[in-house]
Ligand binder design. Sequence first.
Ligand code: GLA
Length: 368
Amino acid sequence: MFSAPGRVNLIGEHTDYNDGFVMPAALAFFTYAAAASRSDGKLFVYSVDFDEAREFELKGTGPGPTGNWSDYVRGVASVMRSKGLPIGGANLVIKGDVPIGAGLSSSAALEVASATALLGISNIQLDGREIAAICQRAEHDYAGTKCGIMDQFISCFGKANHALLLDCRSLDFEPVKFPEGVRIVICNTMVKHELAAGEYNRRRAECEAGVRHLQRFLPDIRALRDVSESQFASYSSDMAGFIRRRCRHVISENARVLEAADALRSDNLKRFGELMAESHVSLRNDYEVSCDELDLMVELASRCPGTYGARMTGGGFGGCTVNLVEADAVEDFKTTVAGKYKQRSGLQPDIYVCTAADGAREITVQAL
Ligand code: GLA
């Protein structure tokens, strides 16, 4: 039995595929994969939650996205085989409690749980960085989202009670401990996000267009990560307006993540919260990946006593907000935000008070 967690991103949104910085935490919501090997080279997968089974030949698991949940598992197995990893046939039973389509990386949890299970029963040891890269590739080729590395990485490397400051270029990371007395509260707008629907990949292409523009003045840059805020101010004036705004978000967000890590290290939650608020405004106005429901949820949360910071989390266009709230204020926060959100949007939100969890692992209980 293997498990992999979902995640929440505290700050650093849409920076990972720009070689930048992110600060996610793994959540104590998991996808579980029970696994047994089989000798006929087939991969059989059953989802308890969807009550649906699929079977594939490992030799040729078929091309691209079909839109079914099993794409993620099939994708992981195919990428492993194409890398020459000698995984064998398997029966997998999958079940999980990561909310689906809520921006909490249920797909990364499914990929990483499947990868860990397939490797585990084949007795193959692989570094978490390689597992994350395989799962990211599966998401690109079998789900059609050209995602960065953040979600798969944190699902592999999460650490209980810590967020991870991750450099998405070098993949160096530093766990940063959460101060006592503060809770991560996640508010689900109940509006489903549709990342694969094209907007996500379009944002990525717009950032790449921004890099090409800036390379005319700064030939050594490879990604927006390499551009300082002052360089950007000097060389961005004749960019197309929307490309300029996309780049401004990414460049300012990278700076915010580094400052937020300093703030968290020194228990300065007030500053951390201000940076979260700035991040949300930048995602809303410059990157244009928020929506009315996310903005409303952030506005309501920000007005609650005891809230240090609130922002949308994940890819956007729906899904969840992340909030840092004083432990003593959490109950009032939940009642107030849920009540007012329902009143103004007509939707009943789910609100989760979360703890940061460890990353993927085998959880088989050995018989004594
Ligand atoms: C999705 C992607 C991540 C990242 C976020 C936005 O979750 O899977 O790689 O780009 O959106 O920060």
